[in-house]
Structure formats: C-alpha cells, structure tokens
Design a protein around this ligand. Sequence first.
Ligand code: ZN
Length: 396
Amino acid sequence: MLKLHSMDRSRIADSNINKIIQILYKHRELTKHDIAAISHLSIPTVTNNLSKLIEDGLVTESGVAESTGGRKPVLVKLVPDSRFSLGVDISPLKVRIILTNLFTEIRAEAEFELDGLKDMTKIMNKIKTYILDMLEKNNIKDWQLTGVGFSIPGTVNKEKMILEMAPNLGVKNIDFHDFSDVFDYPIYIENEANAAAYGESILGSLPKEKSNSIYISITEGLGVGIIMNGELYKGSNHRAGEFGHMRIGSAEKECQCGRVGCWELYGSEKALLTAYNEVSKHNVQDIHEFFQKYEEKEAAACNTLDSYLEYLARGIQNIILGLDPKYIVIGGKISEYKHVLLPLMRKKVFTSNTFYNEIETKLLFSDLNKNASLLGASLIPLKNLLYSNMEIRKWR
Ligand SMILES: [Zn+2]
C-alpha cells in the first residue's frame, strides 16, 4: 500500500499525468482521442499514462462513445471516490472536520467542542482520533488520502508551517512541523478567511473569471481573504487581509489582538449576538435564534441588526476604497440569511458615495455558507492533483 502511495506522488509530479487528470476533472468523461486533442499529447503518451492511472484506480473505463467509423472508442472518467482529502476548521469554540472526495463532495463530517482547550498538541491528537474513526467507518486507506488542510483563524505562514498569531484561539508561534508525526499524511495550514476565499473561488458564488475579489468571513471573529487577478494575495509577510483588526469604532472596545476598536468587535457573529444580548437582556448564543427574533420583528433584534450592518458596511466601504474589488462575498453562517441581509447591505454600502456603485462592485453572499473555509481547506491537499499551479481556476 505504501509503495502505491509513494508511486502515486511521483506520478502526480509528472506533468503529463497531471494534465490528463485536470482534463478529466473538467470534462468528466472523454475518449483518449479527445484527451490527446485537448492536451496536445500524442495518442501513445495518453494511452500509456491512462494505463498508469487505471492501475492506480484514479481512472476507470466508463463505456463507449459513438463510433465515427470503425470500433467504438472507449470512454474514461475519474473515479471520484479513489482519492480523498480532509478539511479541518479550528475555531475558538469547536473543531469541524470534513472528508471530501476527488470532486469535493462531502463524504463524512464530524465536530467536537473545544470547551476552553487551548493546548494545540491535545487538540491535534483529538483531531487525529476523529480522523482515524472517520477513515475506518468509511473504509478509506491511508494511501487514498491526499492530505489534511487546516483552516485556522490567525496569521499563518503556510510555507514555514507556522501559525504566528491567533488571538481568538489564544495561541501564537505554533510550528505545525511538530504535528507532522501525528498524522501519516501531508498536512497543510491556511488562514481561515484565505481558505474560505479559496473554497469560494473554486466551488462557490464567485463568477468564472480571474477577478479582484474580497471574501469576508464572518464567524466568531472577522477575517478577510483577498483575491487579486484570480490568485490569493498574501502580502510580504503572509499577513494581508487582517482587516478584522482595522480600527473602525470606539477606543473603549479592546480587542484580543491588543488594539482597540477593531472591526471584528463590531462585525463578527459574536459581536452581533453580544450587542443583541446587551440590549434585550436575553442570552442568545445562536445566530438562527437571533434571526428568528428579527423575523418576528422584535424591536431589539431589528435595532441591533441595523447598527451591526452599519458597522459592517463601514468596513466594507473602506475596503472598496482601498482595493477597488469587482466582487465582495460575505460568508459564514450569517450568509444563510442573505434574503434579509442583501437588500439592507446594498443600501448601506452603496448609498451616499461618489467613488463606486453597485454595477462596478458587486456585493454577494456565499453559497457555501459555513462550509467555505472547510471546503477550501480540503481543496489544498487536492490542489497538486487537480490544478497545475497555485492559480485559482474554475473547472465547473
Ligand atoms: Zn483586533
């Protein structure tokens, strides 16, 4: 099995194999002549590489196409459940894990509460227990896994595998090399908003074009992923997009990052619920419960949402002024209420300004809702297999 695993990786590095996988991923079902025509590879090269892929179980013969004279040509396609990937989202309150197949279809999910646990080694070991259980229940072997992608709310240097700072998790300078022995497969780390932006670009609501886009991830904190000309923009020190900590409000509000008046203190899901609970004297901990009160037209809920959206819009306006994006996508659990939020937000963001308008800058809500960062994280290990370079490309 291990032999197959290592062979698998060397084959993935082979650009012709990679090209064929990508073509099959995009077109789903083709003959070898189709593949040769699209890839500009010779028929013998395609045939030879297809045999290797069939031997590895990644590709299968799926029937025959109509004949253009002579024998009917054989169709081939990728086997979606031949390889898998894991996405793990670590948030301040809980850890969520998904198992996805080659087509990013979710095959299994699990989650556990952190209950104040901040020790990253203990968290990682617990994640491993859940992963092993998930693999066993789904009868998946180690070599079928392309790896684990972690989505973490903090500044992440993914090349050095270091989580530099995660104020909301209460940890800093965590070297993920320390956990490479915990898992028997490659691990990758990414900032939560960047993972979500990546997921959104490949699978979500962003249009199929290389654009300048902003993804605003509203969770217990608030993070921003920046996509420039179709690629994630990281900045010189991998810290780009920390708009959640730009000052937007009063000096009296202190943030866990050490600054005051940070946007996430006004624009996060936690900020919305805290503000509502202060006014209403309720103890609502769930966004769905809040929106139920809003839809019942409860005054406290309506007023809180109005002032929350005012702050949210203020931050978005600053980002538009600075970066001039074509699309702004708001994601997180809150995006399930886009029917309520979109008209209100459009009004707040686009009224009374002379710099931009609704036609040039489109405001969208995520289709992936709370799963954007998880799906994005699970796509990272698959990237070498499915995408030819670091570029974000739409295959669907
Ligand atoms: Zn802050």
